[in-house]
Ligand binder design. Structure first.
Ligand code: OGA
Ligand code: MN
Length: 197
């Protein structure tokens, strides 16, 4: 990763899309981990928190598995993101103190309606990352990430979820949606956070 370029573009536009963001061996390991093996590792994602929490497939259709440090591949990924956290803090003074992330699998026919990653009453997500793990992705598979301007009205970027592509953006500034995917779509979504709410 070219840290200087990432920091510069985050400062100028608030987002950056990187092709080949991580080395292939790690990406292959992450793809293997992003498989629903029938164990209880993956569960349906929910929208909202606490009593407002609900599972609404029409809004959000992914199954997720939080990334933990007890798997070596997960740990390798978290180490890379930890290095990114420290380097971005040093350049941009974002004060990010940790990183939470999960694997996500969207089955064919599902997406994620337009939303903000910053939840009401929990404003600690600073920077969103999404890493895509789809080999041989074709335009007709749909499933693009559409990033909107801060007003949420105008699309400013469309990202194909191709293997190794990573998008990074300021969590609070950019509403976004996942268009309906016509095939299984795999990714890792993550958030660098500041402490407190
Ligand atoms: C999310 C999300 C985008 C994507 O999980 O919050 O917006 O492209 N994911 O998977
Ligand atoms: Mn999101």
């Amino acid at each position: 990763m070219d840290i200087d370029k990432i920091a510069e573009q985050l400062e100028q536009t608030g987002y950056i899309a990187l092709a080949n963001s991580l080395e292939d061996v790690l990406l292959q390991g992450l793809l293997r981990r992003c498989q629903d093996d029938g164990s209880d590792r993956f569960h349906a994602a929910h929208v909202g928190r606490g009593t407002a929490k609900q599972k609404i497939e029409s809004l959000r259709g992914d199954a997720i598995s939080w990334i933990e440090t007890n798997d070596p591949v997960d740990r390798a990924y978290l180490e890379r993101m930890e290095a990114l956290r420290l380097e971005l803090n040093a350049r941009l003074f974002l004060g990010m103190f940790d990183y939470e992330s999960h694997y996500a699998i969207y089955n064919s026919g599902y997406g994620y309606a337009k939303h903000s990653d910053v939840l009401q009453g929990k404003k600690n997500r600073v920077l969103t990352t999404v890493l895509y793990l789809n080999e041989d992705w074709q335009p007709e598979h749909g499933g693009e990430l559409v990033v909107y301007d801060p007003s949420g009205e105008t699309p400013i970027l469309k990202v194909q979820p191709t293997f190794g592509t990573m998008i990074i953006f300021l969590s609070e500034s950019f509403p976004h949606e996942v268009l309906i995917s016509n095939t299984t779509r795999r990714s890792i979504a993550g958030w660098f956070r500041v402490s407190g709410s």
